[in-house]
Write a protein that binds this ligand. Structure first.
Ligand code: FPP
Ligand code: MG
Length: 314
């Protein structure tokens, strides 16, 4: 992170600039979410991908990183409405604080700002950004299709998280790497592949932490996926091997006792270990994708970022 600290500071300044609106309420709502922090993993991966490909005109990479964070933030504003979430990043969600109508429109504003920034890229790069946004919407709807549905398979799960999380990492890195015009040009695909596996690892780790973490660490209540009937990795794996988890997963509006029962059964089973194993496998693929890159401190930093992700659950 320290290697791109200057660029990340530029991302924060740019975010603040583009969140200004003629309607102060819009800026307030957008800042409520975006200034509350977040790990900025997407901008960091984007900036490192650009640098690892030898990119020098840093304003380009900062723009991609900002656009990505805006798209991600817009999707969270909408997601909190869809899921009815009360908390996000350790504070009241925008939905709870400002209500649905203004939160919805602020999501649209933030999303529009992202494409205002993407507008200066080539048609091919704008198309990659649009593909990620399309995948996000399809991931959200696919996930809801499998909500409270014990028929969900591991393949379904992997497709959901590719769409809802990894696609944005992948396309962000692809755009940033292509802006760097690396030689050979195939390095663009290498970075996209690395970022896709980073995104998959990131989501799997997030799902495991929903079962194993403490609330303070997550900034939101633990067991939320169980409560919401989300097809998260531990739930998908546990439902396939434990009929009682499958029965409770199929049931909406679980009581507190039922939530605890599901969490207990999952924690006592082997699925948390299995989840860690799958996360480690994707982190290995992320490392491996970087093999064609020339050695650099930026490439080292990408390797370190992948290790940090995995260390959260291992
Ligand atoms: C959070 O996941 C949600 C997403 C990663 C994607 C949400 C996508 C949409 C609402 C479609 C709208 C798309 C655009 C482009 C504006 P989660 O619910 O698993 O995580 P959480 O526990 O943090 O809520
Ligand atoms: Mg959600």
């Amino acid at each position: 992170m320290a290697l791109v600290a200057g660029e990340l500071a530029s991302v924060e300044r740019r975010l603040e600039e583009v969140l200004r609106s003629r309607e102060p309420r819009i800026s307030e709502i957008a800042n409520h979410l975006i200034a509350a922090g977040g790990k900025r993993v997407r901008p960091t991966v984007t900036l490192l991908a650009f640098r690892a490909c030898g990119g020098e005109t840093i304003a380009d990479a900062v723009d991609v990183a900002v656009a990505l964070e805006l798209i991600h933030s817009a999707s969270l504003l909408h997601d909190d409405i869809i899921d009815g979430n009360d908390m996000r990043r350790g504070r009241a969600s925008a939905r709870r604080k400002y209500g649905i109508p203004h939160t919805l429109v602020t999501g649209d504003f933030v999303f529009s700002r992202a494409f205002q920034i993407c507008g200066r890229f080539d048609a091919k790069q704008i198309n990659w950004a649009a593909e990620a946004c399309i995948a996000l919407t399809e991931g959200e709807v696919m996930q809801s299709r499998y909500r409270n549905n014990p028929e969900v398979t591991l393949d379904d799960y992997m497709e959901i998280i590719y769409r809802k999380t990894a696609s944005l990492f992948e396309q962000g890195a692809r755009i940033a790497a292509s802006l760097a015009r690396p030689n050979p040009p195939e390095l663009v695909d290498a970075l996209a592949s690395c970022a896709r596996h980073v995104g998959l690892t990131f989501q799997i780790v997030d799902d495991v932490l929903d079962i194993t973490a403490e609330q303070a660490e997550l900034g939101k209540p633990i067991g939320l996926d169980v409560r919401e009937g989300n097809p998260s990795l531990p739930i998908v794996l546990a439902a396939a091997q434990d009929p009682e988890v499958a029965r409770l997963f199929a049931k909406e509006d679980l009581t507190e006792g039922e939530v605890s029962a599901v969490l207990g059964r999952i924690r006592r089973s082997n699925v948390v270990d299995e989840g860690r194993r799958i996360a480690i496998e994707h982190s290995r693929l992320a490392h491996e994708a970087l093999a064609p890159l020339p050695e650099s401190e930026y490439c080292d930093s990408l390797h370190a970022l992948i290790e940090e992700l995995i260390n959260r659950v291992c």
